[in-house]
Design a binder for this molecule. Structure first.
Ligand code: GDP
Length: 298
């Protein structure tokens, strides 16, 4: 229900407009496809994905799998659900500690996300630790500390301006010594200087690997759904600098740009693993393709 509420604006921008179009024309002809294309494009699913969807509808109509426009919505629903299915969606807590690096631009909801993740895994009885690897912003470590306290887990932090690699070194050591199940590492999100970002992430990687060669086990990229196609562009930069294994899409509540979920999967090949649907600690869930598509179409 929460998900459905959260997606209400996307639904209005996307599904409701398709329904309107279906109400106006009965035949799946080129005029209909052109209108449908406009709706999909404005729904932030991306150019390539829109082409793919339109082509699939056109082919289905040719093969008489779709005989009238009222069959287009169920077709799209099924097709998109299949597009979004991904084996790699679930976060596995196997290795001890499982090290999860969290990257993303400032303001996308990185700290909030780490707090929510910490709380989620804590509720499932995992021992969680947080590392305040963003040492550049005074408020970052402070904020992470507050989230850590709320979630009931330890936070490793140094003073402002300290070397992020030193924080990471301490955190990995502490996580091993204290038998932690999951260690989340926050990183700085300064995208304006790509070389710095790259160097810093490389250094953090090196430090982690020196202690645990197969870590980080995951690298989550946090993206803000309200930024639509901008989020896709940010993702491309981070994919060049880090081995991103999945996306956390925040602020899906109150945006009409929920179609970006589809673009992330289709244009970047990344699974959306978690979604943020509000500012509270519980406003967070694992992404499930079927539930997402149901909330979008039903
Ligand atoms: P950071 O700079 O990336 O660490 O971002 P923060 O975690 O400080 O979050 C920035 C703002 O986004 C804060 O006001 C958060 O409350 C808000 N925020 C984070 N996630 C969500 C979400 O899923 N939904 C909504 N509505 N707001 C969110």
């Amino acid at each position: 229900e929460r998900l459905k509420d959260g997606l209400s604006k996307t639904r209005r921008n996307f599904t409701d407009r398709i329904e309107e179009l279906v109400g106006m024309s009965a035949k799946v002809d080129e005029d209909f496809l052109e209108e449908l294309e406009m709706i999909l494009l404005s729904g932030d699913v991306g150019v390539k994905t829109t082409e793919k969807l339109i082509d699939a509808v056109r082919q289905a109509a040719k093969k008489k799998e779709i005989e009238g426009t009222e069959q287009v919505m169920p077709f799209l629903k099924k097709y998109i659900a299949e597009m979004l299915q991904d084996e790699g969606q679930r976060t596995r807590i196997g290795a001890k500690p499982t090290v999860i690096l969290v990257v993303g631009v400032n303001g996308v909801g990185k700290t909030t996300t780490i707090g929510k993740l910490a709380n989620y895994f804590h509720l499932f009885k995992y021992k969680v630790m947080l590392a305040a690897g963003d040492t550049f912003r005074a408020a970052a470590a402070e904020q992470l500390q507050i989230w850590g306290e709320r979630a009931g887990c330890e936070v490793i932090r140094h003073e402002e301006g300290a070397d992020p690699a030193a924080v990471v070194f301490d955190a990995v050591k502490a996580a091993i010594a204290r038998n932690v199940d999951v260690l989340f590492i926050d990183t700085a999100g300064r995208l304006h200087n790509k070389t710095n970002l790259m160097n810093e992430l490389e250094k953090v990687h090196r430090i982690i690997k020196r202690e645990i060669p197969e870590a980080p086990h995951e690298t989550f990229l946090v993206l803000d759904a309200t930024t639509g196609q901008n989020a896709i562009n940010q993702a491309k930069v981070f994919m060049e600098t880090a081995n991103v294994t999945g996306v956390v899409l925040t602020k899906l509540d109150g945006t009409a740009k929920g179609g970006v979920v589809i673009a992330i999967k289709e244009e970047l090949g990344l699974p959306v693993k978690w979604i943020g649907v509000g500012e509270g600690i519980m406003d967070f869930r694992p992404f499930e393709a079927d539930k997402f598509v149901d909330a979008l179409f039903d």
